[in-house]
Design a protein around this ligand. Sequence first.
Ligand code: GDP
Ligand code: MN
Length: 386
Amino acid sequence: MNIHEYQAKQLLAKFGVPVSRGIACTSTDEVGKAFATLAEPLAVVKVQIHAGGRGKAGGVKLVRSADEAKQVAAGLLGKTIVTHQTGPEGRVVKTLYVEAGSDIEREMYLAVVMDRSAQAPVVIAAAEGGMDIEELAAHKPEAIARHRVHPVKGLQAFQARALCKHLGLSGEQAKAGARLLGGLVKAFMELDCSLAEINPMIVTKQGEVKALDAKMSFDDNALFRHQDVAELRDLNEEDPKEVEAKKFDLNYIALHGNIGCMVNGAGLAMATMDVIQLKGGAPANFLDVGGGANKQQVTNAFKILLSDKNVKGILVNIFGGIMKCDTIAEGVIAAAKETRLNVPLVVRLEGTNVELGRKLLQDSGLNLHTATSLDEAAEKIVAAIR
Ligand code: GDP
Ligand code: MN
């Protein structure tokens, strides 16, 4: 799960990470008032969307009066922002964060990520911020320092010192940098993050060290331990189909193709997407209905697939292991009838009671194609939507 910048800053501030004062707003009037409340000569109006690259896309604006702040807000609220991370459809701006402006002396990059091969969090730091870290990693990897964090001891003082040195911080700034680092790592570990990124971390002209931007992602499987974090979820930022799928315990991810896929098991779902692609088609989604999907889940999955206007055909590829193929066939038939299916449907069943399942499908009176192999199924659905 991702959260907004202003929410991440509120969380990080509790862990001692210095951030600027700011106020989240949802209307132009609020933005005008926020500017007045901050009472600074300079403020920054920042769109709150779950994507980076806002600065380049015109979603971060410096303002010097309440009127200017309101004007900028009117130009952003309700508008769609497209950044290199949003995809071509962009994101609609519903919230703006008005923050006290900083005089930037220098921008740096700092992040903590979970490194699965190291089986530990890793701190990543670069003295050159602002630039895309991916680009820096590709062209100047030596500019990036990496320190593995001990899962129990946390970030050690010597590591913080080395990181600060790498960032070009010394004296008081190095001390402030070490405190910020300590807070960031602690937040990452205590809140079960998968990413905590500060890009940029800055030194101001006044010599302060602080987080100018903040991005945090959380491990969904640990969210039950952090009710306060779970409450920060913003459904506006998520695909409505994905939100619906979560309600029914379906693993669904929307994609850009036109063949809806219903599969049980993540591995089989990925293989199915690959084979569709191989046969010249494009999957509209990844959908794993789970090993023990029941009739109700199959029906809900169908409804979600059909709510996607791009879907021109559906491929069901189910392996009846825990579930029997006849049960699955009944689910598919019921779902197809209930949703008044009006796009081609190809069903491939394999596993326990497969003969019975196939017979049920054939006798159902539904206009569906059956297939015995994944290859055949993919070929049939690709042909059917042509
Ligand atoms: P992102 O583009 O989505 O990553 O948004 P950021 O929060 O990183 O802001 C983008 C850029 O806007 C920063 O790298 C800064 O150069 C600039 N910016 C943000 N806040 C301030 C500020 O308070 N003062 C100044 N001068 N520039 C800022
Ligand atoms: Mn940023």
